[in-house]
Design a protein around this ligand. Sequence first.
Ligand SMILES: NC(=O)c1ccc[n+]([C@@H]2O[C@H](COP(=O)([O-])OP(=O)(O)OC[C@H]3O[C@@H](n4cnc5c(N)ncnc54)[C@H](O)[C@@H]3O)[C@@H](O)[C@H]2O)c1
Ligand SMILES: O=C(O)[C@H](O)COP(=O)(O)O
Length: 392
Amino acid sequence: MYKILTFNQIAVVGLERFPRDRFEIASEFASPDAILLRSHKLAAEEISPSVKAIGRAGAGTNNIPVGHCTERGIPVFNSPGANANAVKELVIAGLSLGSRGILPGIEYVKSLGDMQDGAELSKLLEKEKKRFKGNELSGKTLGIVGLGAIGSMIARAALDLGMSVIGYDPALSVDAAWRLPSSVQRMENISSLFARADYITLHLPVLDSTRGLVNADLLANCKPSACLLNFAREEIVDVAAVESALDSGKLRQFITDFPTPNLIARTGGDVILMPHIGASTDEAEDNCAVMASEQLVDFLENGNIRNSVNFPALYLERSGAARLAISNRNVPKILSSVLDILADADINIHDMLNKSREEIAYNLIDLDAKPDTALLDKIRGLDGVVNVRLIA
Ligand SMILES: NC(=O)c1ccc[n+]([C@@H]2O[C@H](COP(=O)([O-])OP(=O)(O)OC[C@H]3O[C@@H](n4cnc5c(N)ncnc54)[C@H](O)[C@@H]3O)[C@@H](O)[C@H]2O)c1
Ligand SMILES: O=C(O)[C@H](O)COP(=O)(O)O
């Protein structure tokens, strides 16, 4: 039985993807085979030696020590695109909240709870409504930083709203480029995007290269009427710089899914704060849980890899009597040494596939006979081999 250790609440429909005759799922296990989680900040010490894979039911993997996992030959999976629509819809709501007096208007109406005279009330509302006037999104320019699963969906929705869309993504994949509407104008650099946009929305991962990306220099560039939305990650924005830009009138509004104590303490309505609910819909939670669970099942039972953030994608149809899944440092001669060991033991290779990604290489080798423990230990002992798994 494979043991799946969960952190956070994972949608039931996802957990049902683990066949119960072969998988056990619990929030406590001494020696789990895999970990399935959402935003739980996973410490390296929580990843016991028995762990073979980690599944993130969601997009961002900055809560997982990915580098440490790679060192140990543990693939980290995520569920790209599975919650993109949920984030898109919330960002569109954010754009509306940032352009109209919706929230102060609602607060004002709530404050009139003591008024009993309907005619008086409607007279007052008609008199006061001018205080809550806003602007339309149509005709404005939306700048999208990060044009992946979420960014491209937002681009499409914003175009439908009549906005002009400009985008910046220095690492855009070919697939993502195909998904992008052709009327999205690509910016050469992020400063140009900040200088031109009325609304700026961030949809990129937090990486060493993107931590603090939105800083005082960029904010000095933007239109004083601009509204910045951060539904990506807190660390991408220098929040102190945002506060200064709001204070000095260089930025009109900040809307974020990642509140900080200082932002919560602000008065004056120039921030709109949400409790990290970008992906909190039944649909997104189901999609993410299903995708992450299916990927873990296929990896544990077959060694196949789909949507890993640190391992190469690799799929090999099952054949032969047994399968070896081997991770090794991405240096020459390791695979040939493995093949020599198998040949010396007279074990024929039925099929095999080998791929690498940065410092790690991964191999699936289907054998005509099941190797014994001594042979597996011999392969494990090779310099550069990180881990070896026999899949029956
Ligand atoms: N608020 C939420 O609940 C919520 C939900 C889902 C995702 N997210 C966050 O949003 C991020 C994006 O999600 P996604 O599903 O669109 O991911 P994605 O991988 O499909 O797209 C990310 C895009 O960012 C681009 N990128 C990388 N570095 C960049 C840089 N320096 N400047 C501009 N673009 C850059 C990549 O090339 C890629 O196209 C996630 O990493 C996650 O942190 C938040
Ligand atoms: O990266 C993500 O997918 C989002 O931040 C969602 O996080 P959650 O699964 O904790 O809602």
